[in-house]
Design a protein around this ligand. Structure first.
Ligand code: FES
Ligand code: FE2
Length: 350
């Protein structure tokens, strides 16, 4: 089961976001699918979480449709009852004969809560050797943030490339994010063992729906786009010396080979306008993300239709090639050394 999981190599040995903490209530188990593996997430009275395969040992009924009673998960079919480690502790049809309960646990997964998200360690043979990715500036003064949840019909690789991609903004987000002016953009692209870091030299570029909100004083803009293995992008627009800013951090959770759940943290610091910015900003970011949902959907369908990717790349695609090289290395030859670190200067026009 789950061909995707078996064929993903080292990519499974990471923490993956499985939902927002506030969505996992104490009484209701929840189904989340990661790498095609159906998982049930449920919460105990002390607030801790348990994550296990969504499959009862008796006859495979989905435990996510069951109930949480006395810190145990009860199967909806015949009531087999499991503790947080996945061990069955009661079989109603066996009456008092607890010695007849099989000593076979349901496979469970390490789980953590951090930065408002539930993270599941998907590694099979390796136990966690890292912490979940630190979502930025959540505790820093002057910053506000909110999460958006979006399901995309495309792969993690194609999505992180899209989130790191500048040239599409003047087409897919025309009139919404950036307009085409044919200005030359210079950037430095760096690949490390586990990241791709892009810093743009575009102090006079502008983004967004209204300069007066994002950058009323016309302060110089610092723009960086960073990718962190295996599935995270962080896009920063910082104005002046950290006076104002807008940061988009996306963590991608693969559901199946052509579906991905994305948790996007929108962080913003707009001076005295920050508290009132939220309403307009959430409608705006939803509009822009839905434009990417659309292009990722038709792009993914076409890749699947043609079944091959004979791409032609330009300078502004270097970051994409580097992302592909790191992710492919994790899938195929993780026993070998990771691709060489490299730094390239690029130029392109938007
Ligand atoms: S299938 Fe779960 S108790 Fe029978
Ligand atoms: Fe986009």
């Amino acid at each position: 089961m789950s061909k995707m999981y078996e064929s993903s190599g080292e990519l499974v040995n990471h923490w993956y976001a499985a939902g927002q903490s506030k969505a996992i209530k104490k009484t209701k188990p929840q189904l989340v699918t990661i790498f095609e593996k159906p998982l049930v997430i449920w919460r105990l009275k002390d607030g801790s979480l348990s994550v296990m395969l969504d499959r009862c040992n008796h006859r495979n009924a989905p435990l996510s449709k069951g109930r949480v009673i006395n810190d145990c998960l009860v199967c909806p079919y015949h009531g087999w009852t499991y503790n947080k480690e996945g061990q069955c502790v009661e079989i109603p049809s066996e009456g008092p004969h607890s010695e007849r309960i099989p000593n076979k646990k349901i496979v469970s997964f390490p789980v953590k809560e951090a930065y408002g998200l539930v993270w599941v360690w998907m590694g099979k043979d390796k136990s966690p050797n890292s912490e979940p990715f630190e979502m930025p500036v959540m505790k820093e003064q002057g910053w506000h943030s909110y999460y958006m949840e979006t399901k995309f019909s495309n792969t993690v690789t194609d999505l992180v490339e899209n989130f790191m991609d500048v040239p599409h903004t003047v087409f897919v987000h025309k009139g919404w994010f950036r307009d085409r002016k044919q200005i030359c953009i210079n950037a430095k692209v760096e690949r490390t063992a586990d990241s791709v870091l892009v810093s743009y030299d575009q102090p006079n570029d502008s983004i967004g729906f209204s300069g007066w909100l994002v950058n009323p004083k016309g302060l110089p803009m610092k723009h960086t786009d960073n990718f962190y293995m295996p599935n995270i992008t962080r896009v920063d627009y910082i104005f002046g010396e950290n006076e104002r800013g807008f940061i988009i951090t996306s963590t991608c959770t693969p559901i199946s080979p052509d579906e991905t759940m994305v948790y996007t943290l929108i962080s913003y610091k707009f001076g005295w306008l920050t508290p009132i910015a939220k309403m307009g900003l959430s409608a705006y970011t939803r509009k822009v993300i839905n434009q990417d949902v659309w292009i990722m959907d038709i792009h993914g369908k076409n890749i699947r239709k043609f079944g091959e990717t004979d791409y032609h790349s330009t300078q502004c695609d270097f970051m994409h090639l580097y992302i592909e090289s790191l992710r492919e290395h994790a899938v195929k030859d993780s026993k070998k050394l990771s691709p060489e670190p490299i730094i390239k200067d690029i130029e392109f026009w938007v």
